[in-house]
Design a protein around this ligand. Structure first.
Ligand code: FE
Length: 232
């Protein structure tokens, strides 16, 4: 593995240099102790573009192949892993408890690699709605959700989600009752959060495999509430 590969895997690309997040954290961790600090100062995008151009030019890969790989990672591999975790939590109470207690350990029973970052799962309830952001760049649970959507990386989402989460959620179509508490989790290079959505009504008869189909990426970021499933 080359150094560039290493950089790419360890970090979420784009902007870097997690110093202090401008907003509060719900947990204690000190970005100053990030072992990757300093290694991440360079923007990897020009290198990635140059590498892609070279590979295409040499006929080693096609742009179609790259697009296909990205699509696969985005639409199939990533969110499916998260959906499998959610579906199991909905159907296996002991797993759900382990997941909320120690997500890294609980997820280890799946056949995919959760990655080097510490994962925490936050459970939605009628009383509390959780949502995930990275205020400084685009930290995201890649192994569970695939590639982050473009909006997740925008300055508007990153700043507004912590400042006015209800307004942002409303724009995503999530209307919360006034007495539902909103908790926004600021991801970092060390901790990646995933939301455990509420199991929607109408899914009582579904098994774990069927439930996977109900779970969406956005629900696991916390910007969507899963609608009830009606018998059609
Ligand atoms: Fe980040």
């Amino acid at each position: 593995m080359t150094h560039d590969d290493h950089d790419h895997e360890e970090h979420d690309g784009y902007e870097h240099g997690h110093g202090d997040h401008p907003y509060g954290h719900d947990h204690d961790h000190d970005h100053a102790h990030d072992p990757h600090e300093g290694v991440t100062a360079d923007d990897p995008r020009p290198r990635a573009r140059a590498l892609q151009s070279l590979l295409v030019e040499k006929g080693l890969v096609s742009t179609d192949a790259i697009d296909e790989a990205i699509t696969a990672y985005e639409q199939e591999i990533g969110p499916l892993n998260g959906a499998r975790v959610v579906a199991r939590a909905w159907t296996d109470e002991a797993f759900r408890e382990r997941l909320l207690e120690d997500a890294d350990d609980a997820i280890a029973e799946f056949d995919f690699d959760v990655g080097v970052q510490h994962v925490e799962v936050k459970e939605n309830s009628p009383q509390r709605h959780n949502a995930v952001v990275c205020t400084l760049c685009s930290c995201y649970p890649w192994s569970l959700l695939g590639l982050p959507p473009t909006w997740y990386k925008t300055p508007a989402y990153r700043s507004r989600m912590v400042r006015e989460p209800r307004a942002v959620l409303s724009e995503f179509g999530v209307e919360l009752d006034d007495d539902t508490e909103v908790q926004v989790w600021d991801s970092s290079s060390e901790i990646r959060y995933m939301v455990l959505p509420q199991r929607p009504p109408g899914t009582e008869g579904m098994d774990e495999e069927e439930l996977r189909e109900v779970v969406t990426r956005d629900a696991m970021i916390g910007v969507e509430r899963l609608e009830g499933v009606s018998d059609a």
